[in-house]
Design a protein around this ligand. Structure first.
Ligand code: SAH
Ligand code: SF4
Ligand code: F3S
Length: 445
């Protein structure tokens, strides 16, 4: 009873970047809660502020640092406020951040998030803590994960990357590939399903590498999917991201045979031109990517394949860029994440200064890439019109006075349909009646 009268301290975490960072945040939130902190969604009332950063492009880093600047000013009026930074940008700038941002109390990297409770205790004792190591701190056997308020659960299966694509900073921020033991993953998935989650998304920078570092030929992504598929209950399983040439026939077969696994592959191509792919150190050319893509397309009656592309890689010519546009059109890629090339520290491409593409050309190429991507996405959505799909309802929203459900097809397409009843967390059959670029409209059948 007495405890009820003690105000618990509040934490706020701002998360940038990919699902891996979002998953890290769920774990950090769990640890904060175990320490007696309460979560707030209003940074103004927090006692402990943390930003989980992304370094994939310079804009992400700039965004994180400007957020810290705002919090730093707030500390002038509230000296007991604690401010921390973690994630991929922390791995790059390390302790130099203390000089740049003297108001920081805590800097830690992606390898030691499980040491977080110790960091918080030290910061509470007014110590300035900076810990960036490349030796992973072991994961505790029992870990509380504060899952976000969504119908699905993200479960990391492999951390880091060994590929060293010449544009990418991830191998320098997340380190080398480290797979989690299958027992841990299965136990986490079972718990999530027991807690009512309806979708498991397996995460990794390169999920197809899963198990390679565990030196047991039975531990593969395909076999992990088969094990997860046996968990009782109605739910879906997805996995992201795949590296084109690492997708095995066994993985494709596992996706085909497991009824709970979504028929969905995210396979970034990055460029449609073979010379550029080589300069990017991607281990395939245009023809090989096409082969893999078509092999998957032809194996399923219906499958969604999405991709990522970069516009304006150093030295990319106009003709080479057009190969990217034609790849999207020829393959009819269902959806792509598109980005303007951003030079990154430590990377090979980041040093190719004399062949950098001017900003205005990069921008102009990006606009054309965006347009072609939108057309391909709309075409892909149009194919669903008139058909019935089972969708997973995510939340109810009031749209102009009408109650609408937001739901997703098993391949991740966003579907809106009218429903006065809140169907969040339920699987419902709907008929698609209209397609737009970023969503589909449907009605319950
Ligand atoms: N492991 C995944 C992608 C991880 S990073 C893969 O191999 O595809 C997510 C995406 O960010 C990449 O697919 C790429 O398209 C983009 N990206 C990475 N580095 C970038 C850079 N320097 N500039 C612009 N986009 C970049
Ligand atoms: Fe980056 Fe390439 Fe690794 Fe993907 S595969 S995380 S793009 S280095
Ligand atoms: Fe960004 Fe790190 Fe993810 S750089 S995309 S948060 S792995």
């Amino acid at each position: 009873m007495y405890n009820n009268f003690i105000m618990s301290k509040k934490f706020y975490i701002e998360t940038m970047g990919c699902q891996m960072n979002k998953s890290d945040t769920e774990r950090l939130e769990g640890m904060f809660t175990e320490l007696g902190y309460e979560k707030t969604v209003n940074d103004k009332e927090a006692d402990f502020l943390l930003v989980s950063t992304c370094a994939i492009r310079q804009t992400s880093v700039d965004k994180a640092y400007s957020q810290l600047g705002v919090w730093g000013k707030r500390k002038k009026n509230n000296p007991s406020l604690k401010i921390g930074i973690c994630g991929c940008a922390a791995e790059i700038d390390k302790e130099s951040l203390f000089k740049r941002m003297p108001y920081l109390d805590l800097i830690f990297g992606t390898h030691n998030i499980f040491k977080f409770p110790e960091f918080v205790k030290r910061v509470e004792n007014d110590e300035k803590v900076c810990e960036i190591t490349n030796i992973p701190y072991p994961e505790p056997k029992e870990l509380k994960v504060n899952r976000q308020n969504t119908v699905g659960a993200w479960i990391p299966i492999i951390e880091g990357c060994n590929n060293f694509c010449t544009y990418c900073v991830v191998p320098f921020t997340r380190g080398r590939e480290r797979s989690r033991m299958p027992q841990l993953i299965i136990a986490e998935a079972e718990k999530a399903i027991k807690d009512g989650k309806k979708e498991i998304t397996l995460l990794g920078q390169n999920v197809d590498s899963y198990g390679k570092d565990l030196h047991n030929s039975n531990i593969t992504l395909a076999n992990l999917l088969r094990s997860l598929n046996k968990i009782e209950g109605k739910f879906r399983i997805k996995f992201v991201t795949s590296y084109p040439t690492d997708i095995t026939d066994d993985l494709i077969e596992a996706v085909a045979e497991c009824d709970k696994v979504s028929k969905f592959f995210h396979i970034p191509m990055q460029s449609g031109n073979s010379r550029v792919l080589k300069a990017m150190n991607r281990r395939y050319d245009r023809e090989q990517y096409f082969e893999i893509f078509n092999k998957i397309r032809n194996r399923f009656d219906e499958v969604e394949i999405t991709s990522d592309f970069i516009a304006g890689f150093p030295g990319e010519t106009e003709e080479e860029f057009q190969d990217t546009l034609s790849a999207i059109k020829e393959l009819q890629i269902d959806y792509s994440n598109t980005a303007i090339y951003s030079p990154r520290p430590f990377t090979k491409a980041g040093k190719m200064i004399d062949i950098f593409i001017p900003d205005e050309i990069k921008e102009e190429r990006f606009q054309r890439l965006h347009t072609v991507n939108c057309e391909a996405t709309l075409n892909s959505n149009k194919k669903l019109v008139g058909k019935v799909y089972e969708v997973l309802c995510e939340c109810q929203k009031n749209k102009k006075g009408k109650m609408m459900m937001n739901a997703r097809t098993s391949t991740g397409k966003l579907v809106h349909f009218p429903s006065d009843t809140d169907l969040t967390g339920q699987f419902i059959n709907v008929k698609i009646v209209k397609a737009q670029t970023w969503c589909l409209y449907a009605e319950i059948v």
